[in-house]
Design a protein around this ligand. Structure first.
Ligand SMILES: Nc1ncnc2c1ncn2[C@@H]1O[C@H](COP(=O)(O)OP(=O)(O)O)[C@@H](O)[C@H]1O
Ligand SMILES: [Mg+2]
Length: 349
């Protein structure tokens, strides 16, 4: 998978800019605040259909402008995202795409960023977001089940707020939820199985140490128990006035040599765990769609010492298109050919 160009119109700090990319390695250099991350973010908006930096699409529109447009040309076709004051439109090869599930993941990019570390301290809801986005990008079954489930969950919670909830309707909702919950759990299990298959090996490759990293999926229940659990938690639902059981409470945590990683690992080890996790994610994507995702490294290399930097660059898949951002070219240890994109503030207006 590779991006040939990205054109930005009134997107973030860019009024009108066009960037061409090398099929292999690209390095974006510029001072802080010049718009390096904004470029990577725009690629992820195409990949995920939304930004990871803001939940409000309006923030993507350049100040005092009416709409923002991203036009990304790739070997998979031309992808366009137009965000205006009211909504967002998605196009593939100039054809309007109504369903998010038809657009998400068609461009698949994996971003490494310093704030990945927040995963350890975030709320379970934030951790689930990452899970949902990444699985949705490779599994139609997952995104469809998740969208339907969330829709039903909203209805269920609304009913439970009522003084005398309609029992028959609640039962109908529960029954419709059963296969959806099963699909969500199953796809999440597959995700963690694949991640666990690779994460320790990736950790060793980056750190040079033999350490076992494992992710524990804390699921709401076993698939065979869904029906029972929905039945068993009915009274609690009534008491709390919301659905207490379901995959909307799932979480996951990391183990390092069998111990809770968050409690024992140093900052450096946590950073390397997240990098290993992202490399395992690349394998997960490759196994599912038979294509290598685009690898985006945002300000990540300067955080690592020379040895780790070299190791990280070495384990990026040979055939991956890579885009790296950094403030300075001199502290990067790049021994391959690359396209340099130098950003200067005055060029953006
Ligand atoms: N909606 C917007 N309109 C105009 N400028 C914006 C908007 N959103 C962000 N910016 C600007 O983008 C810049 C940050 O860009 P960023 O890509 O994070 O920089 P960096 O090169 O440090 O990665 C800031 O100067 C910020 O003011
Ligand atoms: Mg940045």
């Amino acid at each position: 998978m590779l991006i040939r160009s990205v054109a930005l119109n009134d997107y973030r700090n860019y009024s009108r800019r066009y960037f061409e990319f090398d099929p292999h390695l690209n390095i974006i250099i510029g001072k802080n605040g010049v718009g390096k991350t904004n470029i990577l973010e725009s690629i992820l908006v195409v990949s995920n259909t939304k930004s990871y930096r803001t939940s409000d699409d309006q923030n993507l529109i350049r100040k005092d402008c009416d709409f923002a447009r991203i036009n990304l040309v790739s070997d998979e076709g031309t992808f366009k995202v137009v965000i205006n004051k009211k909504n967002k439109s998605l196009y593939i090869n100039n054809e309007l795409i109504k369903k998010t599930s038809e657009f998400i993941g068609r461009i698949n990019a994996v971003l490494f960023k310093p704030s990945d570390l927040e995963l350890f301290t975030q709320s379970p809801g934030e951790r689930r977001k990452l899970l949902d986005i990444e699985i949705s990008k490779v599994s139609k079954r997952y995104i469809q089940a998740l969208l339907k489930y969330n829709y039903l969950l909203k209805d269920k919670n609304k009913l439970l707020k009522e003084l005398e909830p309609d029992r028959i309707l609640l039962n109908v909702i529960n029954e419709s939820m059963e296969p959806l919950i099963a699909a969500i759990i199953e796809e999440r299990e597959k995700f963690f199985q694949t991640i666990n298959k690779y994460i320790s090996e990736k950790y060793s490759q980056i750190s040079g140490k033999n350490t076992e990293i494992r992710i524990i999926y804390e699921k709401c229940c076993e698939i065979e128990e869904i029906k029972n659990e929905l039945e068993r938690t009915k009274e609690k639902d009534d008491y709390y006035h919301y659905a207490v059981f379901g995959p909307h409470h799932d979480d996951y945590r990391f183990l390092m040599d069998g111990y809770d990683l968050n409690s024992i690992a140093s900052q450096g080890q946590k950073r390397m765990t997240l990098i290993a996790f992202k490399f395992a994610l690349i394998r997960y994507i490759e196994e599912n769609i038979n294509k290598t995702p685009i690898v985006l490294l945002d300000d990540i290399l300067s955080e690592l010492d020379k040895e780790n930097q070299e190791r990280l660059l070495r384990i990026i898949p040979e055939n991956a298109q890579v885009i790296i951002t950094n403030t300075d070219i001199h502290n990067l240890l790049i021994d391959k050919e690359y396209r340099l994109i130098e950003l200067k503030e005055e060029e953006n207006v």
